[in-house]
Design a protein around this ligand. Structure first.
Ligand code: MLC
Ligand code: AMP
Length: 508
């Protein structure tokens, strides 16, 4: 039997084909039937452009109902969907294209010139824009073809998506996500969050990451639920749309900004049954302030690109601030000490997971893949945590230097490599420092070469071409030397401790 995720989702929402699926902030709402039909139209255009099962289709486009239809079109024809942050620069895009070798790249119309250059560099790559009806766009090509209504059979182990996530090496690597991974996690969340027939999802997340694309949209599709589909998180728009919603998912920055929004109160949340937070730690102060203001205990869950969602606080029962709850069905989770022994309850160790939701490995990186799993098939998440006697996980930080800024992951190494190339920079160290709005802020420490330090403007200008804005250091400190231990390794913890208050007074 085919295990194509498209079929699983389609079967689930078929009883509600004529109900509204996506209600964008502007433009007409789209029913499940319309989005399904659009996916068949895009599937025809992709196939006509030569995409076959297993081919990668990279997309760097704005959030829209058509972007969702394109994702479904990829699933339908067995192609591997590769979503990219719209903030990525040409250099970041180039890395993904070189590594993933997609058959087709679908970009924004305004990026057409940038994309045209890429075609010359990547033999066999075709570029399309989603566009409107102009000549050569995906939409226009689809309109000239009969829709492709079939669904290509897939095994559970076949790839459905390739998501680039950074590594300690500094270069993003593709996490291979299968149809089974996605279906397993979608079902587990649907069940754990007790999805209801009358649920309405408020969606203000980007759809190039696990959170907005898989976690949020798959739950809605399994329920045939309507989605208030906002282009981005704007607190005022969210406040205005909330009275129509029963479930909202977001990163902690969303909740902090909502609390700072005039008029956001109990009345704004009158129909909401569940506020869900994840992707970064939810500060206890926000949890408490939110509960006080709205009467809602935000439900915190924990996950990763490589694994999907792993644990969740309960819908019924106590949601304990500072903990990320119990493991989901189908997740085998343990906490181990450095010597390989199982940590005692309350003892902090490395979080390791196994199960049908855990990814198939890193694209074209068998060695890194092998190193990420242990001999029993457990994936080392890199997160540190402890389990309570009743199985609740509390995270205690990360074993890597990963920075999470407003829910986006930033790997210091990637930034340091670029900083070190700037004339006048001798060496650099990048750390995350506590920030009132983003949770953590990317912060750079630079040692000048021969005393000729670049100015802050020069650094900004150099990075603009190379890195998406959310990765840029919010502050750059010029220092005489980086603190090092006896082995010569930069002591980032000292930098973090010494400058912990750097953003304490920054206007949030
Ligand atoms: C934007 N900017 C950021 C930023 N987002 N800077 C630091 N950290 C961020 N997260 C910068 C831009 O580069 C730009 O800089 C300026 O802020 C304005 O851009 P914007 O797009 O208008 O920003 P804003 O609307 O304020 O965005 C903040 C945000 C957004 C929190 C709403 O970042 C967001 O939606 N985050 C969600 C991320 C997410 O979905 N994560 C899930 C990963 S999946 P300049 O200099 O150009 O002006 C995952 C697994 C799991 O982790 O468990 O879910
Ligand atoms: P990503 O690689 O973008 O999928 O990010 C995954 C990482 O986000 C995890 O390894 C955690 O470090 C972090 N994360 C996700 N959810 C939470 C949470 N609820 N609390 C703390 N950290 C989280």
């Amino acid at each position: 039997m085919s295990e194509n995720l498209f079929e699983i989702l389609h079967q689930a929402f078929t009883p509600r084909l004529d109900a509204i699926f996506l209600r964008p902030a502007s433009g007409a709402p789209r029913s499940y039937r319309e989005v399904t039909a659009r996916s068949a139209a895009f599937a025809a255009a992709l196939r006509a452009a030569g995409v076959t099962a297993g081919d990668r289709v990279s997309v760097q486009i704005e959030k829209s109902p058509d972007a969702v239809a394109l994702y479904l079109a990829c699933l339908r024809i067995g192609a591997v969907h590769l979503p990219l942050n719209v903030a990525y620069t040409a250099a970041e895009l180039r890395h993904a294209l070189e590594d993933a070798e997609p058959r087709i790249h679908v970009g924004r119309p305004q990026d057409a010139t940038r994309a045209a250059g890429m075609v010359e560099e990547h033999a066999g790559l075709k570029i399309l824009t989603l566009g409107d009806r102009e000549e050569g766009t995906l939409v226009e090509k689809a309109a000239r073809l009969p829709p492709y209504e079939d669904v290509i059979p897939r095994a559970g182990s076949d790839l459905a998506a390739l998501l680039y996530t950074s590594g300690t090496t500094g270069r993003p690597k593709g996490a291979m996500i299968t149809h089974e991974n996605l279906a397993t996690n979608a079902r587990a969340l649907f069940q754990t969050w007790a999805w209801r027939p009358d649920d309405v999802l408020l969606h203000a997340l980007p759809i190039f990451h696990v959170h907005g694309l898989f976690v949020a949209l798959h739950c809605a599709m399994l329920g045939g639920s309507p989605v208030e589909f906002l282009p981005r998180f704007d607190p005022e728009t969210v406040r205005a749309a909330l009275p129509r919603a029963t479930v909202m998912m977001g990163v902690p920055t969303f909740y902090r900004r909502l609390l700072a929004t005039p008029g956001f109160d109990r009345e704004s949340c009158r129909h909401v049954r569940l506020f869900i937070s994840g992707s970064a730690p939810l500060p206890e102060a926000i949890f408490r302030a939110f509960a006080e203001r709205t009467g809602h205990a935000v439900l915190e869950r924990y996950g990763m690109t490589e694994t999907g969602i792993l644990t969740s606080n309960p819908v019924d029962g106590a949601r304990i601030e500072g903990t990320v709850g119990h493991r989901l069905p189908d997740v085998d989770l343990r906490v181990r000490n450095a010597d390989g022994s199982t940590s005692a309850p309350g003892e902090v160790g490395g979080v390791e997971v196994r199960g049908r939701g855990v990814f198939a490995g890193y694209w074209k990186r068998p060695e890194t893949t092998r190193e990420s799993f242990d001999e029993e098939g457990f994936f080392r998440t890199g997160d540190l945590g402890s389990l309570s006697a009743d199985g609740r996980l509390t995270l205690a930080g990360r074993s890597s230097d990963l920075i999470i800024s407003g829910g986006y992951n930033v790997y210091p190494k990637e930034i340091e490599l670029h900083l070190d190339e700037i004339p006048g920079v001798g060496e650099s160290a990048v750390v995350g420092l506590p920030h009132p709005d983003f949770g953590e802020a990317v912060t750079a420490f630079i040692v000048a070469e021969d005393g000729a330090a670049p100015t802050a403007d020069e650094i900004r200008a150099a990075l603009r071409e190379r890195l998406a804005g959310f990765k840029h250091p919010r502050r750059v400190f010029l220092v005489d030397a980086l603190p090092r231990n006896a082995m010569g390794k930069v002591q980032k913890s000292l930098l973090r401790d010494r400058h912990a208050d750097a953003y304490a007074v920054e206007e949030a």
